[in-house]
Design a protein around this ligand. Structure first.
Ligand code: N01
Length: 539
């Protein structure tokens, strides 16, 4: 074990959250070391380098607002940025702010244990380095712990097995190969059209059809970025005031759009269908009742189904591409050429609902009725979201209990998504119970980092050494968050999303992201701070 010194703060992760944490902590005079298991900065945007990886939030919004020079200097090229551009941006930020000297890469944190007497964390890593710190900030990301699917025989496959979430840095050429993609979530939907263009044949193994719509991405027009930069502050203010921390999703602007008042169940079917001509892909969700009533949701899904049928030549394939679960239960996906891909002669959709996956052999994927020869396997099978990366580290609080034990027993509880009772001086950025993945992550990350650094300032100025969420306050927050999502489609029995942890066998079913919106959430966090950190015990 190599004793690597004592810092005020250890930050785990060097993605958006880790980079901003290092910068702001340094600005406030704290000593800090960030540790990341990757050999480059970027977090999510370091790992998820599969073909077609792209953000569905516009580049001008999916970027840091805290530094005017960076905002001014960086030149986005597309409406929605692709992975290489975001990774390059984060490297630019790291260089521009000289962050690398306080970041140790290729270092996986294996355990954190809290010393009760000294009120400090001991941080151990896979390389045998040990750090001590008063505070730890887990900037570990919401979707950073890939889920290894328990598919029989997956390890016996003799060709390359590529995870979208750990795609080879040098890329992969699918030309002339028979490819099998398992999964049809966001990562698969983005990569499938590109793989199909290269592969000799592509088999897509689909368990649940995706709700996707065209992203309508495009290069930024000449002068477009300059126009935003001329009054960036106005955009930033509008973002912060918006429910999800953004004023547009994909190419669709929310500004000036009033929430729908028309109820689909009170609208004659021919008028519903007429909405398709008027609103296109926005039609299925443009009703007041679809997110709150399963029957209304089903009617919305019928409209979506009609849009899918219009894209697909083979009626059987079209029916298989229509989801059988409520709309809005899982993340809306934005795609580029996804549905058109299923009209190609070299693409086969394998509907695992009618022909379940049996297993993988050394050279094929087997379903109950068929066997598909493949040369390359692509697993786009998702993540143990929001809690996975934290559970992977053994985090032991002063009483000897681990965070994993607490979450296994109580579900992923947290006070404000910022801290868990019993784990003092440990902050989680965009943790369960905060708006996080339902928002523009960059806006949520900035809000969390700034709140935490203000809190550390307060502790230092007041001579406090320890902060811990109070169990009662945590329980009240968890109840409040659960109350908001209760009765909505997101939480219905028919919904099995990763938001609910439903994709991880044995995970407690709790809707992890906070649905009350970023402005209300920010107000609550500010009020907690103003009221001497109400709900936290300071010592
Ligand atoms: O993962 P997913 P993802 N046999 O969990 C299937 C963000 N993101 O990496 O739904 C067969 O959504 C699984 O099937 P089912 C975004 O927040 C953003 O695609 O469980 N299939 C599902 O189809 C997103 O929501 C962007 O029935 C199996 C798929 O694998 C989140 O990351 C881009 C299986 C997993 O889909 C996660 O997306 C990419 C099995 N054993 C990602 N196990 C953008 O910003 C799993 N599946 C655009």
């Amino acid at each position: 074990m190599n004793q690597k010194g004592t810092y005020d703060v250890i930050v785990i992760g060097a993605g958006f959250a880790g980079l901003y944490s290092v910068h702001l902590l340094r600005e406030h005079g704290f000593t800090v070391r960030a540790l990341d298991r990757a050999d480059g900065v970027g977090g999510t945007w370091y790992w998820n380098r599969y073909p077609g990886a792209r953000c569905d939030v516009q580049s001008i919004e999916y970027s840091f607002s805290f530094n005017k020079e960076i905002q001014e200097e960086w030149e986005w090229t597309e409406l929605m940025p692709a992975q290489p551009e975001i990774e390059a941006y984060l490297n630019f930020v790291a260089d521009r702010l000289d962050l690398r000297r306080d970041i140790q890469l290729s270092t996986t944190v294996t355990s954190l244990s809290f010393d009760d007497a000294g009120s400090e964390w001991t941080v151990d890593t896979d390389g045998g380095d040990q750090f001590k710190a008063r505070w730890v900030i887990a900037a570990t990301g919401c979707l950073s712990e890939p889920l290894d699917p328990a598919i029989p025989g997956v390890d016996s496959f003799s060709g390359p097995t590529l995870y979208t979430s750990r795609f080879p840095r040098e890329g992969f050429d699918f030309t002339g190969l028979k490819v099998g993609v398992i999964g049809t979530g966001s990562s698969a939907v983005q990569s499938i059209p590109i793989i199909a263009e290269q592969a000799e044949h592509l088999n897509v193994f689909q368990r649940s059809a995706a709700y996707s719509r065209p992203a309508d991405n495009r290069p930024l027009r000449p002068g477009e970025l300059e126009e935003v930069k001329a009054d960036y502050e106005s955009l930033r203010l509008r973002q912060r005031a918006a429910y999800a921390g953004l004023v547009s999703f994909g190419a669709v602007s929310f500004e000036g759009v009033t929430p729908p008042t028309r109820r689909i169940l009170e609208t004659p079917v021919e008028e519903r269908l007429a909405a398709l001509e008027e609103l296109g892909w926005s039609a299925p969700g443009a009703w007041a009742d679809v997110m709150f009533d399963l029957e209304a949701n089903q009617a919305g899904t019928e409209l979506y189904a009609e849009l899918v049928r219009r894209q697909i030549r083979d009626p059987e394939v079209a029916e298989a591409l229509i989801p059988h679960y409520p709309m809005g239960c899982k993340r809306q996906i934005l795609d580029t050429g996804y549905f058109e891909t299923f009209n190609r002669d070299n693409v086969t959709l394998v509907d695992l609902r009618s022909d379940p996956l049996v297993g993988i052999t050394s050279g094929s994927v087997r379903t109950q009725n068929r066997e598909f020869d493949i040369d390359v396997l692509v697993l786009a099978t998702g993540f143990d979201a929001m809690t996975g990366a934290l559970n992977k580290m053994e985090i032991t609080g002063p009483g000897g209990r681990t965070l994993k034990d607490v979450w296994e027993e109580q579900g992923p509880v947290s006070y404000l998504g910022l801290a868990v009772a019993g784990f003092p001086n440990l902050f989680t950025i965009t943790g369960p119970g905060s708006p996080s993945v339902l928002t523009n992550m960059v806006v949520s990350i900035e809000q969390h980092v700034e709140w935490i650094v203000d809190c550390l300032d307060h502790m230092r100025d007041s001579g406090y050494q320890r902060i811990d969420a109070e169990p009662g306050a945590q329980e009240a927050w968890v109840d409040h968050a659960a109350g908001l999502v209760a009765g909505t489609v997101r939480n219905s029995d028919a919904c099995n999303s990763w938001y609910l942890g439903a994709n991880v066998p044995g995970k407690r079913r709790i809707h992890m992201p906070y649905v009350g919106g970023l402005p209300a959430y920010r107000k609550k966090c500010d009020q907690v701070a103003a009221d001497s950190y109400e709900g936290f015990a300071l010592a």
